[in-house]
Write a protein that binds this ligand. Sequence first.
Ligand code: COA
Length: 154
Amino acid sequence: MKITLQPVTAANWRELIKLKVRDDQAHFVASNVHSIAESQFGFEDEGHWNISPFGIYADNEAVGFLMYATNLGHSRIQVFIQRLMVDEKFQGKGYGRQAMQVMLGTIRGEERIRNVAISYEPDNRSAKSLYASLGFKETGEMAGDELLAVLNLR
Ligand SMILES: CC(C)(COP(=O)(O)OP(=O)(O)OC[C@H]1O[C@@H](n2cnc3c(N)ncnc32)[C@H](O)[C@@H]1OP(=O)(O)O)[C@@H](O)C(=O)NCCC(=O)NCCS
């Protein structure tokens, strides 16, 4: 099974908005249709962040969604991972981890990216353990009501 990240396009957004997390996880992540709208029209406090939304594919099947924002000129955080979800039918198979590894592998080559950040709700144990195992360290700061964790690449 090969995990790839494929940009959201006119051809695939409909299959990506069908992907859902479990009802008890719904408060951890925005719907994919909401995220795709944000990727197109931005965040109110966006500044100069460039937003990249992707479908997570296992071979040719859409299984999840990942979105990150890049600002190469930012002094502290150059990439912020804004969304990660794997559809409830496909969780626990390693797809979330592999999607993160693919994404980090892609950005590692860009020398200007020194720190990658992510945030998650304090009670999201799956997310917390996944990001910690990839090297993200909590900074003790909050991003809204979420814990902020940072991965130092260089
Ligand atoms: C978090 C999420 C993306 C993980 O995707 P996944 O494909 O199910 O995860 P994987 O199978 O790749 O597992 C990766 C790691 O996640 C953690 N994890 C996954 N399910 C877990 C569970 N039920 N309990 C604790 N940790 C869990 C583990 O660290 C696991 O690593 P391991 O298998 O080596 O123990 C997925 O559970 C999800 O979409 N959750 C709802 C939305 C969400 O919370 N998104 C993150 C917002 S910050």
